[in-house]
Design a protein around this ligand. Sequence first.
Ligand code: GDP
Ligand code: ZN
Length: 304
Amino acid sequence: MSAQSATVIATYSRRMGLRLANGDEVNARIKGKRIKPVCGDEVSAEPIENEADWLITSINERRNELTRPNMRGQVEVLAANVDTLVVVASVAPLPDWYIVDRYLCAAELMGVDSIVVFNKTDLLAGHDIEIPELQEYRDIGIPVFECSAEKGKGIRKIRKALANQRTIVVGQSGVGKSSIINKLIEDSRQRVADISSKSGEGRHTTVNSVMIPLRSGGAVIDSPGVRDYAPALTSSNDAAIGFREIAEAAHSCRFANCRHLREPGCAVKDGVDAETISYRRYESFKRVVNLTEKLADGKYSGRA
Ligand code: GDP
Ligand code: ZN
């Protein structure tokens, strides 16, 4: 048997779970120290003589990467080849919409779709409360779903929206990401146990990350790192690309290098004045610009 292509479906410390082209699931080691496959990667792998493990020899070019700066200031890749970022906010803890905007900004920069899920609607106790921020997202074309993971309400629609997508779920701690993931994968839970036990590294081996298939096709990539992920933003130019309504208005600014702050003839400022661009989203945009400038000056090194 010779090399074939495979998908990384689980990562342990230096071992991986692979799905081969024929659907078989095997464990693999990595050839050399230079390559670092992550969940979602397409790789080349070959069988090892007289061993059950396969050997990963190379990683195919990635469509996109979910990255974040690690403690040493290096960029760490958490997952690759993702289709959709699900940003979760909830009734309690109260939403920090700036955090939601930062995740959405990261999704735009990665070139992946995003959806917003507003969880714990059961806590609204039947009150039909309009949340203006959710309408702002709908207005710029980002799908919004309201649900109660606890009551199982609204989950079916989310599952439908995520069919055939490779998804990651992010958001503030406590908003219900784990609960939503559990609802989405329901009948796949056994498979997660399978993947873990098949690794042959014992029941208590920590799985760094795992890609859990959905019955409707597609999969959810899950790990503590992915769930707690805070996006790395590189330049203040990126900020404008990451806010789609600002990026669109920017085409009409008088100056091509307009920063949308105090420049004359700024179509973004005009849009905010005319209320076609949300003032709150514009404030988020300015905060992201500020943050990236601090990053560039080396005055800031971590999260938030
Ligand atoms: P995570 O930190 O985002 O992964 O959040 P968890 O899934 O761990 O949930 C945090 C807490 O919120 C837990 O106590 C859950 O039981 C609770 N929770 C999750 N979803 C809901 C919901 O729809 N309604 C209510 N009332 N509580 C929920
Ligand atoms: Zn402008």
